[in-house]
Ligand binder design. Structure first.
Ligand code: SF4
Length: 496
């Protein structure tokens, strides 16, 4: 009886979701090999070389799995995913796709080489699938399964969401059955073991409805009022304690939550226990409407050293009409005041700029907002990545910004094209000038000077460009300074 299963993640060695699937399969007696294919590179997508494809093939054929699970959490890596899917087809090995992209856009996933898909939260469904395949029984009743029969897409009902994230099992921080394939070689060692940071999540689901986000599509699909769920503090800290025990280099923790929990009792227990049981600096994502003094103070006491807050645009029109975000400028500025007064060591604001919905006035408004945000802060500036199935794709077509065909070629272009469009393209000189001013607002040396530059764009265009070049060096210094503080353990939770 074949009990072996391979799970592959693409450009994502931290594998938060895949760890859950591995735990679920192992608890049910399956032997799982997890392959992290290519490291993560936020600027340049990893290309699969011929050697890497050969090594992957050898690895899989040697293991002789019952099937290979392919984790496709984003459409950004489709080029890579379809090469691997084709290779599995040629080997005659069953592949099962899962993750956000095939869940939301199964028809496109089939075009890119999927044969079978497990939609939604797949921890129990993948076990059902594995059991059915192992026993040779019919897979057609497996929950969450999507398949194509005679060019018709058949979707089985979804298993209901579990009320508590704890019920999905305990992910293993590190495992002897995880390997990394990158740079033309196989590292037969869990990549998590060599990392300074550990990534995990405390929640699943998001209460907001941003038009560019696929979390909204999942919420609609489940149509469950308990879509936003969190882990108990004890469950979360057990995973972290184990990570701390296993990873000798561990210096910081990164919570990848849409919205970090902010219920008072949860925060009270977390801040008390995290500091004594884990004691490592950590970073979270925040939303202007969910930032309050009580929570942030408690998190800072626990060891919060960085928060990234999505603002996306200084223009209320863009926020409301394009992005479906309803926080007012007053609420954004209030959250900025709170982060500053509570002493969060690093505050990062995230903006999506230079996209086709944005006018010159909109980008000027973003500059004005940045000048009102409480310094010090850093900025994360990027463009708008169109994720398949999200509401903003319809907006782009309905408003005539793109035809369906143009949008398709943007979303399903080569990896380089998709990544380039996410990082934002230079649109025109005038908008680039304001983009540069926005970038400079994060540096004390240039912040006030931008007021002079803003007064006469024509006159100060060249000097602004020169300032940006110098500021890029400051940005690098700031980055390494921050990293070295973490590395030398200078970021420890503050005393109450
Ligand atoms: S707040 Fe973040 S996770 Fe939630 S819908 Fe908006 S972009 Fe998505």
């Amino acid at each position: 009886m074949n009990n072996k299963i391979v799970l592959i993640s693409f450009c994502n060695p931290k594998q938060i979701g895949v760890k859950y699937l591995q735990a679920s399969l192992e608890e049910n007696g399956f032997e799982v090999l997890v392959i992290a294919l290519k490291k993560y590179n936020s600027k340049k997508p990893g290309r699969l070389t011929g050697t890497e494809l050969r090594l992957l093939e050898e690895c899989i054929t040697e293991f002789k799995p019952l099937f290979v699970g392919i984790s496709v959490n984003t459409s950004f890596n489709l080029e890579l995913v379809s090469i691997v899917a084709k290779m599995l087809d040629n080997l005659g090995i069953t592949s099962l796709w899962g993750g956000v992209f095939p869940t939301i856009e199964p028809d496109k996933a089939f075009e890119f080489g999927a044969k079978l898909i497990i939609a939604g939260e797949g921890e129990d469904a993948i076990v059902e699938f594995a059991k059915a395949l192992r026993s040779g029984s019919n897979i057609s009743d497996v929950p969450n399964l999507i398949r194509k029969v005679d060019s018709k897409i058949l979707s089985n009902p979804l298993l209901p969401l579990k009320k508590s994230v704890d019920d999905y099992g305990m992910p293993k921080p590190c495992s002897k059955n995880r390997i990394l394939l990158d740079n033309d070689k196989i590292q037969r060692r869990d990549p998590n073991l060599d990392s300074y940071g550990y990534e995990l999540s405390a929640t699943r689901g998001c209460p907001f409805q941003c038009s560019y986000c696929s979390s909204v599509c999942l919420k609609r699909m489940y149509n469950d009022k308990n879509f936003v769920r969190h882990r108990s503090v004890g469950h979360l800290l057990s995973e972290l304690s184990e990570a701390k025990r296993q990873i000798s280099k561990l210096r910081f923790v990164h919570f990848w939550d849409e919205i970090f929990p902010d219920k008072k009792e949860w925060i009270d227990e977390f801040s008390k226990r995290y500091r004594s049981e884990i004691g490592l600096p950590f970073e979270v994502w925040g939303h202007p409407l969910r930032i309050n003094e009580y929570t942030i103070k408690k998190l800072v006491q626990a060891g919060l050293y960085e928060i990234t807050v999505g603002i996306q645009s200084g223009s209320e029109r863009v926020r409301r009409e394009v992005f479906n975000r309803f926080e007012s400028e007053k609420q954004i500025l209030r959250s900025s005041e709170i982060l500053s007064s509570c002493g969060v060591p690093n505050v990062v604001y995230d903006f999506m700029l230079r996209h086709p919905f944005e006018t010159l006035d909109d980008i000027k408004e973003t500059y004005t907002l940045c000048m009102k945000l409480k310094p010090p802060f850093s900025l994360q500036l990027h463009g708008l990545g169109f994720l398949p199935g999200t509401d903003i794709c319809n907006k782009a077509v309905e408003s005539g910004i793109y035809t369906k065909e143009q949008l398709e070629s943007l979303m399903y272009g080569t990896a380089d094209e998709v990544y380039n469009s996410f990082w934002g393209v230079s649109s025109d000189e005038e908008r680039d000038f304001w983009f540069n001013l926005i970038y400079l607002t994060q540096f004390p040396t240039y912040r006030n000077k931008t007021k002079i530059y803003a007064s006469n764009p024509e006159k100060y265009k060249a000097i602004t460009q020169r300032s940006v070049k110098k500021a890029r060096i400051l940005e690098k210094i700031r980055y390494y300074y921050k990293k070295s503080k973490i590395f030398f353990r200078l970021c420890t939770p503050i005393k109450e």
